[in-house]
Design a protein around this ligand. Structure first.
Ligand SMILES: NC(=O)c1ccc[n+]([C@@H]2O[C@H](COP(=O)([O-])OP(=O)(O)OC[C@H]3O[C@@H](n4cnc5c(N)ncnc54)[C@H](O)[C@@H]3O)[C@@H](O)[C@H]2O)c1
Length: 248
């Protein structure tokens, strides 16, 4: 088991990528804090993990709210004793064009997609340092943080921010032996903000298929376990090879 006796927080764990990551972590021996704004989704995932013999608890939290994030860290420590791993997985998209997006729409997406990983990272890292150091933080970015898109503006900007937030967090937390990395996925399961998987979702990649949440779960496990012990401040593309291709 790669995460035996570790305590892991997974945000946006109520469905799709976060759900798969939570199940994988529990199977690898971690106690999982299943964090989501949606109470029934969080509780269902935690209950499913427990049914499989794993350790989990649901936490209903808005990760963009600083006071709720601070309370979450205390609640996780009260439940499981410490924090070893944080996966910042929550994001929302605007799907808007610059000529139409409002400032409120922009602010909301930046708060949830960029400010939340900063807040979660700050307070989780404070706990890791207080425990004596050591730990792993994985920020879920996106190929959208590396490219311009016709129908997303705040989301692409926030994800670009997440990629360099990761590098600065990695530099600042390395003295405490906390490793920070990112993964940039493309087309994994259902689209961001949606529950339904559409197998006809068009993909242009080398793999010739859409990704599934388990693809991400395997990659996230690698990035937060000792298997990636020499990977610091790095980004992994989990995209079926789409970023390697020429644009036609
Ligand atoms: N699905 C993809 O194809 C894809 C592609 C590239 C990047 N990503 C990235 O992967 C991550 C997960 O994507 P997904 O498609 O699984 O997301 P999703 O929309 O299916 O699930 C996100 C979960 O986060 C929860 N959530 C939303 N706002 C929250 C908040 N403020 N506080 C707490 N929980 C909140 C939602 O309730 C939901 O359960 C995101 O960072 C996304 O940008 C996904």
């Amino acid at each position: 088991m790669k995460l035996k006796d570790k305590v892991a927080i997974v945000t946006g764990a109520g469905r799709n990528i976060g759900e798969a990551v939570s199940h994988t972590f529990a199977r690898e021996g971690a106690a999982v804090a299943v964090v989501d704004l949606d109470k029934s989704r969080a509780e269902t995932v935690a209950a499913d993990i427990k049914k499989e013999g794993g350790k989990a608890a649901a936490f209903v939290v808005n990760v963009a709210d600083e006071a709720q994030v601070q309370k979450l860290m205390k609640d996780v420590v009260a439940a499981f004793g410490r924090i070893d791993v944080l996966v910042n997985n929550v994001a929302i998209s605007d799907n808007r064009h610059i000529l139409e997006i409002t400032k409120d729409e922009w602010d909301k997406v930046i708060a949830v997609t960029l400010t939340a990983p900063f807040l979660m990272g700050k307070y989780a890292a404070q706990q890791m340092v207080a425990q004596g150091g050591g730990g792993n933080i994985l920020n879920v970015a996106s190929t959208s943080g590396w490219r311009g898109r016709h129908r997303a503006l705040a989301y692409t900007s926030a994800k670009g921010g997440v990629i360099n937030l990761t590098r600065s967090m990695a530099v600042q937390l390395a003295p405490h032996r906390i490793r920070v990395n990112s993964i940039s996925p493309n087309k994994i399961g259902s689209p961001v903000g949606k529950a339904d998987f559409d197998p006809t979702r068009p993909v242009v990649n080398l793999a010739g298929r859409t990704g599934v949440p388990e693809d991400m779960a395997k990659a996230v496990l690698f990035m937060v376990s000792d298997d990636s012990d020499f990977v610091w401040g790095e980004n992994l593309f989990l995209d079926g090879g789409t970023m390697a291709m020429e644009v036609t």
